[in-house]
Design a protein around this ligand. Structure first.
Ligand code: 44T
Length: 856
């Protein structure tokens, strides 16, 4: 689309400039035509900077050029250049939602999730109905405002206890307050409301900081609380706050207590931001002249547990996967139980023990692991250099030791505390320290030989500590002469000191994500694939043997040996199988082990490829039967375009459901492409997926998705602000343990046919009958994955590595038993939305409005 500049209004004053603009625009268009995007982009930049009046006219070609050039830069690994281009583009078009969204996608692919999320949010604010940005935003909103914010703000008891403690402190004389990690500003507002003269708050997350500013203004405290967008560790007196404060309030604690850096923050606060502590010998100093912290301290508890659910996410539990012996895989670890060079990995995961599918068995009583006084800076400073100590734990139940569960009590002040324990009615999760070695607990004591907790590439070994019979050849520098003394406090200092231990040297292991580990342990999954692949190959062999001679192929089925080197004797043509699963997958190897198959794996990491090679060797799969796709193809776009025409794929394995319970992005596009690359009779695995769902009433899901009005948040107006980050789809749900009432049977919601992508629809109305009366708050959903006509897998299954997801309805829908509910299901791109209404039956009109109940 070329347009002559003569028709455009360009300032006439400067003919040379006009000439330059005109020439550059022509060059830009010519380069675009020649697909020389880099040069086209530079020309466009020049044109639009010199003649902004052309922006409207050229915006579409400019964007097109930018995206093409960015993709090129991306595949060349020129990341800095890529982002520079976006920056330049945004200088010209600062409110262009398409450019902003696209930059977000690049950021996301590079792993800058928060920044990506910020871009999607911005694009969506500019254009609320922009579907691409919406889908992207929903997928990442969780990073921007983590879901626990909703839970914590909905937790009346926690809010109330904090409020009381703050109010008491302020009334007792602490009148200058700093809220560290203010989130939405709630604790700072409590202090102000209690009458504190000066209140400061800091928050490191940009999104949360901006939210806090909005919230504080909406609550009429604008200018009365000074909010700083910074980490408390960077704060200085008098630069950021005029003088030291008498009270620090904070809830910067995660499930493992220390994960948000509270120890470091408090040490810094005591040294730089707080007045000196009240001296117990000389209590004469008035509270306004002494510093203190809420919470005043914490007690950490631990408990050894057996838990299959934890085990299968952290270590390989099977000796055979889909017919392949696993012994040769070597040591496989989850990122949690194994050491890592990456400092950002934590030594624990978190789980709500009470909601673990299959439950857990305590193997010991809870033990007191550590007491910390947040008002004692010497103690805080000493914590990290404390020596590792030992503990003896009487075993109370027999079982396999899978993990240590850890939780804590937060002592807000002398009177009041909050507990995050597994038996508590709390929104908190517990920290899970998976243990590396499988140990049985047969008699009265744990028998541990080599149990360890690893962190940051170092290992904390429990062996010496826990085996009472083992001779102590190396008591270590602490050399505690009396191990029975205060034994429990010792394990804990052990926990507290995780990471300060010396490294026990590099070890030979491969790291897999928890979900990848659970996938390997998922035997039904692999057996199903094995059977489906075997069936396909048998069918194809039969088909070939019928038409065989005409194709010049042998009738006999021979195992694949060396690649046909002699052109006169091509041997039987192998069947080509491509596995494009994300992450680690052994499906390609399973295919290769069928014989007469040449399998391509899209496993990327060299360590993972090495595991597959080891497994291949150990299972007698010839080396050339397994290839790694990405070693050969630089351009990701080309992945599905091999092999050459005459060697079309017999099977392409697509990974269609993410662990979180959502359909993979671009699944249908991939299926369309894959279908074009299949040989006659070839197959895409799976050929079809069917979505199922059901009606449920679940308050838990509501509490996790939005702040439920003003009442839970101490009367402060917070909900409308943080609820901008509500997403309608909940992911990573354990449907089997979700606290909910089922209000219907499960019902088929949607079918995705991967073998005939044109046959798919995007909207569907489904009628489902309520089996009980109640309020429908959500529609959890899962998938039946059909590999072929006979073999299918459910993503809602005990052994599954998949979690489920749920659409939370915009407004709960009241139903009576027997009512018919109409679900309008939409699958746009790969994101699902569902709305529900009562199906009006003939003669029953007029009752519909009366059964709809708005949210509180
Ligand atoms: N999650 C709990 C952890 N911050 C709570 O940016 C419990 C998880 C949880 N700001 C399920 C349930 C639950 N200086 O906004 C955050 C964070 C900010 C700081 C300034 C600092 N030194 C810090 C440190 C952190 O503080 C806020 C709260 S952190 C609380 C984490 C419901 N899963």
């Amino acid at each position: 689309r070329r347009v002559s500049l003569r028709n455009r209004r360009v300032p006439r004053e400067d003919p040379a400039r006009n000439e330059l603009v005109s020439r550059s625009l022509e060059s830009a268009q010519q380069c675009l035509f020649n697909q020389d995007y880099g040069t086209a982009f530079v020309h466009y930049l020049l044109v639009l900077n010199l003649a902004p009046v052309l922006k409207d006219f050229a915006s579409e070609s400019f964007r097109f050029t930018l995206f093409k050039w960015a993709d090129e830069l991306d595949s060349l690994g020129r990341i800095q250049d890529l982002f520079d281009c976006y920056e330049q583009a945004l200088e010209l078009f600062p409110t262009d939602e398409v450019i902003i969204n696209s930059m977000g996608e690049h950021l996301f692919r590079m792993g800058f999730r928060d920044e990506a999320a910020g871009h999607f949010h911005k694009a969506l604010k500019l254009k609320p109905d922009y579907p691409e940005a919406k889908e992207n935003f929903y997928r990442v909103a969780n990073w921007l405002v983590e879901r626990w914010h909703f839970l914590m703000l909905n937790d009346r008891r926690r809010n109330h206890k904090y409020q009381q403690a703050i109010q008491k402190a302020v009334e007792g004389g602490c009148n200058t307050v700093l809220d560290i990690g203010t989130g939405t500003g709630i604790l700072g507002m409590c202090a102000k409301k209690a009458g504190a003269a000066e209140v400061y708050a800091c928050e490191l997350s940009k999104t949360m900081y901006e939210l806090a500013c909005e919230v504080v203004t909406a609550n009429g405290m604008n200018g009365r609380i000074k909010i700083l967008h910074m980490k408390s560790l960077e704060m200085e007196v008098p630069k950021d706050i005029p003088k030291r404060v008498s009270l620090v309030v904070t809830e910067t604690v995660d499930a493992g207590l220390f994960g948000e850096g509270i120890i470091e923050s408090l040490i810094h606060a005591w040294n730089h931001l707080l007045l000196p502590p009240q001296n117990t010998q000389d209590p004469s100093r008035p509270p306004s002249q002494a510093g203190r912290v809420i919470p005043a301290g914490a007690t950490v508890f631990g408990m050894a547990v057996q838990c299959l659910e934890i085990r299968r996410h952290h270590r390989l539990c099977v000796s055979e996967i889909g017919g392949l012996a696993t012994a040769a895989a070597g040591e496989l670890h989850s990122p949690v139980s194994c050491s890592s060079e990456d400092d950002s990995t934590e030594p624990y995961t978190t789980e709500r023990l009470s909601r673990l599918p299959g439950g857990y068995t305590p193997l010991t009583e809870p033990f007191n692991a550590l007491d910390i006084d947040f008002n004692n800076v010497q103690e805080l400073e000493g914590l990290c250099s404390r020596e590792v100590s030992r503990v003896r734990l009487p075993v109370t139940g027999e079982g396999l030791l899978d993990a240590l569960a850890v939780w804590f009590q937060l002592h807000l002040d002398q009177q009041s505390s909050l507990s995050t324990g597994p038996k508590e009615d709390t929104c908190w999760e517990q920290a899970i320290y998976p243990l590396i070695v499988e140990i049985s607990c047969r008699d009265a004591y744990l028998r541990l030989c080599s149990v360890a907790v690893a962190r940051d590439g170092r290992e904390f070994r429990l062996d010496d500590c826990l085996d009472p019979d083992k001779p102590r050849n190396n008591p270590g520098p602490s050399g505690n002469p009396n191990p029975s003394l205060n034994a429990e406090a010792e394990l804990c200092s052990a926990l507290a000191c995780l990471g300060t231990e010396q490294s026990s040297g590099p070890r030979d292991y491969t790291m897999l994500e928890c979900a990848e580990m659970a996938l390997l342990n998922n035997q039904p999954y692999h057996d199903s694939f094995r059977r489906a692949l075997a069936k396909l190959i048998t069918n194809l062999k039969d088909a070939r043997s019928v038409q065989g001679p005409s194709q010049g192929q042998g009738l006999e089925v021979m195992p694949l040996t060396d690649p046909p080197s002699d052109p006169m004797d091509p041997g039987p043509d192998p069947f080509y199988v491509l596995d494009v699963s994300e992450g680690f997958s052994v499906l390609s190897l399973m295919a290769a082990s069928q014989g007469q198959v040449k399998a391509y794996s899209s496993v990327e990491k060299t360590q993972h490829q090495a595991v597959l090679r080891r497994l291949a060797r150990a299972n007698g799969v010839p080396e050339e039967a397994l290839e790694f796709w990405l070693n050969q193809v630089e351009d990701e776009q080309a992945v599905l375009q091999r092999p050459s025409r005459e060697k079309l794929w017999s099977a392409i394995i697509l990974d269609c459901v993410e662990t979180c319970g959502l359909v993979r992005q671009k699944l249908m596009e991939k299926a369309t492409l894959a279908r074009c690359l299949l040989e006659d009779g070839g197959q895409i695995f799976p050929e079809r997926i069917v979505l199922y769902g059901m009606l449920v009433e679940s308050d838990t899901l509501l509490l996790e998705s939005a702040v439920q009005g003003q009442e839970p948040t101490l009367g402060f107006n917070i909900a409308p602000f943080i609820n901008q980050f509500t997403v309608p789809v909940h992911v990573f749900l354990d449907l089997s343990t979700l606290q909910c009432r089922h209000l219907s049977d499960s019902v088929e919601l949607f079918i995705l046919d991967l073998m005939n992508t044109n046959a798919n629809y995007t909207n569907r109305d489904v009628k489902v009958q309520a089996s009980a009366s109640g309020r429908v708050t959500a529609v959890p959903f899962w998938y039946q994955i059909h590999l072929n006509e006979e073999i299918s897998l459910s993503t809602f299954n005990q052994d599954s590595h998949w979690k489920q997801a749920a659409v939370v309805l915009h407004q709960p829908l009241a139903v009576r038993e027997g009512d018919w509910v109409r679900l309008a299901v939409t699958l746009q791109k790969s994101s699902i939305s569902i709305s529900a209404s009562i199906e009006e039956e003939a003669g029953e009109t007029g009752t519909v409005d009366s059964v709809k109940s708005p949210i509180r």
